[in-house]
Design a protein around this ligand. Structure first.
Ligand SMILES: [Zn+2]
Length: 276
């Protein structure tokens, strides 16, 4: 039953990458059982061939740009499009905007409304947009996971093109979305984090009214700090702290290290509250 589901959720004859992996596992299990029964060596060759075909297929998907018409703009990070005559919901990769159309109305905020207005000004119903994939085809709600391009990109990995043409990047740069990790779709995650920091620093969009979540910004800053930091060990507890920690040991119990690694080698354990 489990393996029959993907066949009903095919788009353009493609099975989502996730399902392909499971399919490979299933095929391998079947081939292995068969090989045990027959002892046939050809099976191994056939097995490789199947893997090759599937890997090639996945690589081709990365290059694919889908040209679609916008059916509607749902909110700051979701649109609906027509793709080959069918309507699909697109969840834009790598971003999260405040809620505006959540069924639980207490979650909808004025910031969500503003992010939604931004999206509706930037993307119009009936407009042609271009979609590119990262790793996954869909999320668990069966929405297509895509980067949405307002103009067709020449190189989907070029930072200038991403800044100028990709909605997912623009909404972060203009301060209407937080960056949101959509593992394993992380190709642009670090770049997006730098866009988010740039927007926050310049008080763009919702940053000017504290309308976004600053967790990413704080984490990035803490990470940067800890890379340049000196480390302070507590000789009694053998805990290792950042010099910025609010929980530092008394002077007489301190031991200083230039690197985390040096302390770890001497049996110190990291304080996860202050070292990332
Ligand atoms: Zn600490």
């Amino acid at each position: 039953m489990l393996y029959s589901i993907p066949f009903f959720s095919m788009v353009k004859g493609e099975i989502a990458v996730k399902w392909k992996k499971e399919l490979i596992v299933l095929i391998n299990v079947l081939l292995c059982s068969f090989a045990v029964l027959t002892g046939c060596e050809d099976i191994a060759i056939e097995d490789t061939a199947i893997n090759d075909i599937i890997i090639e297929d996945i690589e081709n998907e990365y290059d694919d740009i889908e040209t679609v018409e916008v059916a509607s703009v749902v909110d700051g990070d979701t649109i609906k499009v027509y793709l080959e005559g069918e309507r699909y919901t697109i969840r834009m990769i790598g971003i999260d905007t405040p809620e505006s159309v959540h069924p639980d109305e207490s979650k909808n905020t004025i910031y969500g409304q503003k992010a939604s207005d931004y999206a509706k000004q930037t993307i119009k119903k009936g407009q042609t947009v271009y979609l590119s994939k990262d790793v996954s085809d869909r999320d668990k709600y069966d929405r297509l996971l895509r980067y949405v391009w307002l103009e067709k990109p020449v190189d989907v990995n070029d930072e200038n093109e991403i800044r100028q043409k990709m909605y997912n990047a623009k909404v972060v740069l203009d301060g209407y979305a937080n960056v949101y990790e959509y593992a394993p779709n992380n190709t642009l995650y670090d770049l997006f984090l730098s866009f988010e920091a740039e927007a926050a620093e310049n008080n763009r969009g919702l940053w000017a009214e504290n309308g976004l979540n600053n967790e990413n910004i704080e984490r990035t800053e803490a990470q940067k700090q800890s890379e340049e930091d000196i480390f302070i060990g507590n000789k009694n507890s053998k805990k290792l702290h950042s010099s910025y920690c609010t929980d530092l040991p008394q002077e007489k119990n301190r031991i200083y290290f230039d690197s985390k690694e040096e302390a770890l080698e001497q049996g110190y354990e990291i304080d996860s509250k202050c070292i990332y």
